[in-house]
Design a protein around this ligand. Structure first.
Ligand SMILES: [Zn+2]
Length: 388
């Protein structure tokens, strides 16, 4: 039985690396690490894990438990790392992967069944490896966890966009499958090419992309001058499973058409987390302004996505409750079934992009295809069933 050092995990070899990880990613590492204590009767005893012992072990403090580092793994930066590890621990608790052990002192926790399933899924997804986490694991209990990381990465890519001439958008694209990063690209990385083209055709020309997700900060284009193929068509051709979009194209000739093209091909379209969408809009303010200030032609004044959307009724029903408290019934895919739970939220907004909900301290966005609208009869309010 060997306990793996935190620093032996991918992305955690130095304190700076570790501190740049998202809470979700670091939590994955912590969970794997905790599991590695199994049977050691140290941090883990009788199937329970102890938060202070865990931190103490990493810090190289003698906890009187036998196995220990002899000095802090991260040297002078250990205090910051310890704090991040505690945060990750709390994140695992919030995600239902760790829970307080019943009838035990405060610091004792148990890896829940959900946590064990998560670890098992990880081991199955990486046969023959030693448990190194890499960047390659789906995060079933945080639907936005891994996806949000890739969305973030796409925004970082967008910031690298090379200015070819004024008024061109900054665009970043990320391709991933099963939680593994396959490629990143930004507009102008090769001259005059769209980010999606660079990622798909220049970086992944041979890759099978069925089942892959593409995260692009701007709605994929639906028309280009021949012989160039529009990016949305290319995504369809490469049979990707889902596309995450950071903002719709402000050009009324394209806006919504890229989404429609993808959805018609049965590709799942979702949007970036709300805060990232704001960031991208800010990044492309000049690009957007160009269209906002230009008069719209009669032909394009009704974006096709609204005119033909079957979601109009849904939006109208939801908007009646804008600013009001509603009930959210959460159905999260788990194995062949669902984990279910109810929480309260306030409708912040809803349009063809989806619905934005406010919960205590958080904003959540869902695409219309993820939600079902009904009434909470008891509370005389709206009930949204969210499928994740
Ligand atoms: Zn394009």
């Amino acid at each position: 039985m060997t306990v793996r050092r935190i620093s032996s995990f991918d992305g955690a070899s130095t304190a700076d690396d570790l501190l740049s990880l998202s809470a979700a990613k670091l939590a994955e590492i912590v969970l794997q690490h905790l599991k590695s204590y199994e049977g050691t009767h140290t941090v883990m005893q009788n199937g329970m894990v102890h938060r202070r012992y865990f931190i103490g072990m990493v810090e190289g403090r003698n906890m009187g438990l036998g196995i220990s580092n002899t000095k802090p793994e991260y040297g002078t930066k250990q205090p910051a790392v310890s704090e991040a590890l505690e945060e990750a621990w709390n994140w695992l608790v919030s995600q239902g992967m760790l829970m307080r052990a019943i009838d035990q002192p405060d610091e004792w926790y148990k890896i829940t069944r959900a946590g064990e399933t998560y670890l098992k899924a990880f081991n199955l997804s990486k046969p023959g490896q030693d448990g190194s986490l890499g960047a390659s694991h789906p995060a079933p209990f945080s639907p936005l966890g891994r996806d949000a990381d890739f969305c973030r990465l796409a925004v970082d890519e967008a910031r690298k966009s090379i200015s070819e001439d004024d008024g061109k958008p900054m665009v970043g694209a990320v391709v991933a499958r099963g939680g593994s990063l396959l490629a990143t690209a930004h507009r102008g990385e090769t001259p005059n090419n769209h980010a999606e083209y660079i990622a798909l055709e220049l970086k992944l020309p041979e890759a099978v992309l069925a089942g892959a997700s593409v995260y692009t900060t701007l709605e994929p284009c639906s028309k280009r001058n021949p012989p160039k193929m529009p990016c949305a068509e290319r995504l369809v051709q490469r049979k990707v499973r889902s596309v995450f979009i950071g903002m719709l194209d402000p050009n009324p000739d394209i806006q919504g058409h890229g989404v429609r093209l993808l959805r018609d091909a049965n590709i799942e379209v979702q949007f970036f987390p709300h805060e990232l969408m704001k960031e991208i809009e800010e990044l492309n303010r000049n690009f957007t302004r160009k269209f906002r200030d230009a008069p719209r032609s009669a032909v394009t004044s009704f974006p096709a996505i609204r005119a033909i959307s079957p979601d109009e009724q849904k939006i109208a029903d939801i908007l009646k409750f804008k600013g009001k408290p509603i009930t959210v019934f959460n159905k999260q895919k788990y194995g062949h079934g669902y984990l279910e739970g109810t929480f309260d939220a306030v409708i912040a907004d809803c349009d063809s992009l989806g619905v934005v909900l406010k919960t205590s301290g958080n904003e959540l966005s869902f695409s219309l295809s993820q939600i079902e609208v009904s009434r909470d009869m008891e509370r005389k309010t709206l009930k949204l069933t969210v499928y994740r």
